[in-house]
Ligand binder design. Structure first.
Ligand code: NAD
Ligand code: LMR
Length: 339
């Protein structure tokens, strides 16, 4: 499996800059919700990726300023800001990859599903525009509740006749990076070499870290329970600490960039690029289920089997399935019942 880590991070950025002039740049990427808490740092990380030639920033507010600001950073991507509904087609047209962190975040006491009423409509509008002007793009959905917004996006594309299951991804990378951080802390191992597989969905107990598969690790029963819970509810930890000012933004921007960078590498032809993502598959009864996926030139190349699960993991998976099914159904019905 690829242990690719994006080259634009930290001190490596200087090295990247020195090779960026010789490396062919190609990809056209749009960020939808680019002025938000996630959108701004994510756009900055994308600006630092030398494989991107065009970076289109779309939002209903502030994008001219964000784009002007980022455009002064000396990397090849040409950054353009698009503000307001009238400009969404221009922003998305011709893009290879569209990353979607648009919508409202949680406040303490809310579940991700409590965001459905506002974010479902936002995501539906973005999917409609995508189907119209960028039907062949890869779509990376960050907006919550992911367990429903991804099925919404799929349903809109199906209605438009443009759905390609290989190109629609719910971004669950934040669950993976949290798991890597917490497991490395617990085991006293090198966090840069820790790779935890996290499957299922992206909400509470639908997040299923497969700690039994972490090579070389050994957990006490208490640590296993505590780590599993912390990975599942890491989002709540941040929401609580931010105390009404939103949810995870900086770690999510990193996670969103990490997944986008892997996908861009795979689209360019790099082999053995593997990442966990919430994609359509038949691994379980749920229509969408996060699993390790090999990415290729056309998006999803292969969805990997889950491998052997401990009794505790199997029980957690069985319990999560009804929620995943119900949350996907809610998304599909939202589109089907829309006028
Ligand atoms: P934010 O409020 O800071 O930013 C959201 C942005 O979306 C704003 O700039 C807003 O103007 C924009 N927006 C609203 N309606 C829009 C529309 N119709 N078209 C385009 N842009 C629109 O919120 P945030 O903290 O950046 O979070 C964004 C979303 O990401 C939330 O739904 C949050 O729950 C979700 N999230 C997901 C994960 C994950 O792991 N998948 C992690 C963190 C947050
Ligand atoms: C997260 O996991 O941090 C995000 O889904 C945001 C949230 O609402 O917790």
């Amino acid at each position: 499996r690829s242990s690719l880590r994006p080259a634009a991070m930290g001190a490596v950025a200087c090295a990247v800059r020195s090779i960026s002039s010789t490396k062919a740049t190609a990809a056209r990427v749009a960020v939808v919700g680019a002025s938000g808490g996630i959108g701004q740092p994510l756009s900055m990380l994308l600006k630092l990726d030398p494989s991107i030639k065009e970076l289109n920033l779309y939002d209903i507010v502030h994008t001219p300023g964000v784009a002007a600001d980022l455009s002064h950073i000396p990397f090849p991507a040409k950054v353009t800001g698009y503000k307001g509904a009238d400009s969404i087609h221009a922003a998305l047209e011709g893009c290879d990859v569209i990353v979607v962190p648009a919508g409202v975040p949680r406040k303490p006491g809310m579940t991700r599903d409590d965001l459905f009423n506002i974010n479902a409509g936002i995501v539906k509008t973005i999917a409609e525009a995508s189907a119209k002007v960028a039907p062949k793009a890869c779509y990376l959905i960050i907006s919550n509740p992911v367990n429903s917004t991804v099925p919404i996006f799929a349903e809109v594309l199906k209605k438009a006749g443009t759905y390609n299951p290989k190109k629609l991804f719910g971004v669950t990378t934040l669950d993976v990076i949290r798991a890597n951080t917490f497991v490395a802390e617990n085991q006293g191992t090198d966090v840069l070499k820790t790779n935890v597989t996290v499957v299922g969905g992206h909400a509470g107990t639908t997040i299923l870290p497969l700690l039994s598969q972490v090579k070389g690790a050994s957990f006490t029963p208490d640590a296993l329970a505590a780590l599993t819970h912390r990975i599942q509810f890491g989002g709540d930890e941040v929401v609580k600490a931010k105390d009404g000012a939103g949810s995870a933004t900086l770690s999510m921007a990193y996670a969103g960039y990490l997944f986008t960078a892997k996908l861009l590498q795979a689209l360019k032809g790099e082999k053995d690029v593997v990442a966990c993502a919430f994609v359509e598959n038949t691994l379980t009864a749920a229509p969408f289920f996060a699993a390790p996926v090999t990415l290729g030139k056309e998006g999803v190349e292969k969805v990997h089997a889950l491998g052997s699960l401990s009794a505790m993991e199997q029980e957690a998976l069985d319990k999560a399935l009804p929620d995943l099914l119900a949350q996907a159904k809610k998304g599909v019905e939202f589109v089907q019942n829309a006028k």
